[in-house]
Design a protein around this ligand. Structure first.
Ligand SMILES: Nc1ncnc2c1ncn2[C@@H]1O[C@H](COP(=O)(O)OP(=O)(O)OP(=O)(O)O)[C@@H](O)[C@H]1O
Ligand SMILES: [Mg+2]
Length: 311
């Protein structure tokens, strides 16, 4: 039995401008003990899928189960298996951190939870804020409380929707160490993030969602192997000739170009020289998940255009 199973899930929202299809026939399973990444651009449908899993939102079609429990028909059991860290910061400002965690324990019927609450506070760097009211915390600290809150009943399936948005480097590292430890102990993890290096480092498998459809799903290693494995990186103040600009990934002064082999590297360098582009700090490296992501998203874009033209 998988930890989570999405079966032909679709979601249509009624909007003033008509029906909007946020999820279109999404099917995949997450195995027990897996660390699974769900990636996609803003508005792809990640949070919609997670809110359906959490029972906060109803699918228009399809079925979702958590360890065999239907999230609609068997809501209470399904919810109990899940620890969900929501993307939006929601909390009651009048309670202290410790009270918040106690109330959440009570909600799941967990008694005598102080030892685990202390451990969570310690692991997430909140020990000295245990008595502070939620409204006295900084944004990053509130997010830590949300993580602790999700884990208070030791759920077998942990769902993290952008847990590191707005979080400092130190907490990111502590958070990932802690979540990786829980995963090693057998907890299943479903993660969405826009930090692709986090997904690359942590996830066994990754699904990519675009406009409500799965456009890629594979082991992280296979996704990385399936793309041009070499990237040419350099800095420049000059603008690239149009043919190269069209295929480059540019971040400020940093330019990255795909090259499948040494011959392509030579061709690219020759084209740069011919265009008079001054190249600084040249290096050749492996493609990373961000390169794969961009390639897959652009591919999906082209396909959508072709399908649109045929329709
Ligand atoms: N209640 C709603 N009513 C109408 N449209 C909605 C509603 N909730 C979400 N949407 C739309 O559904 C699409 C998917 O939204 P969703 O929040 O699932 O995206 P996401 O992948 O989580 O994006 P992000 O990376 O920005 O968090 C968006 O176009 C969004 O505007
Ligand atoms: Mg979202």
């Amino acid at each position: 039995m998988p930890a989570v199973s999405f079966q032909e899930v679709s979601k249509t929202y009624d909007t003033p401008r008509g029906a909007f299809r946020a999820l279109d026939d999404v099917s995949f399973d997450i195995g027990r003990g897996e660390f699974f990444g769900l990636l996609g651009p803003n508005g792809a449908g990640k949070t919609t899928l997670i809110s359906i899993l959490a029972g906060l939102n109803r699918a228009s079609a399809g079925r979702v189960t958590v360890l065999g429990h239907d999230v609609v028909g068997d809501y209470a059991q399904a919810r109990k298996q899940l620890g969900i860290v929501p993307q939006e910061l929601v909390f009651d400002p009048f309670f202290s951190v410790r009270e918040t965690l106690r109330i959440q324990s009570g909600y799941f019927g967990v008694k005598n939870n102080e030892a685990w609450i202390d451990e969570l506070l310690e692991e997430l760097g909140l020990a000295d804020k245990a008595q502070a009211n939620m409204r006295q915390l900084s944004g990053g600290m509130k997010r830590r409380v949300l993580v602790a809150q999700a884990l208070v009943h030791r759920p077998p399936v942990i769902v993290l929707d952008e847990p590191t948005a707005g979080v400092d480097v130190e907490l990111r590292q502590t958070l990932w160490q802690f979540v990786a430890k829980l995963n090693k102990q057998g907890h299943t993890v479903l993660l969405t993030t826009h930090y692709l290096e986090e997904a690359e480092a942590l996830c066994h498998r990754i699904a990519m969602l675009k406009r409500g459809r799965i456009v890629a799903l594979d082991r992280t290693a296979n996704l990385l192997a399936g793309t041009a494995s070499t990237m040419l990186r350099f800095k420049t103040d000059d603008s690239l000739p149009p043919a190269l600009a069209a295929q480059a990934r540019v971040t400020g002064r940093i330019v990255q170009l795909k090259a499948h082999d040494a011959a392509e590297v030579e061709t690219l360098l020759a084209a740069l020289r011919a265009a008079g582009v001054r190249v600084e700090e040249l290096e050749i490296g492996r493609a990373d998940l961000e390169d794969v992501f961009i390639e897959i998203m652009q591919g999906a874009e082209r396909e959508a255009v072709v399908q649109g033209a045929m329709a």
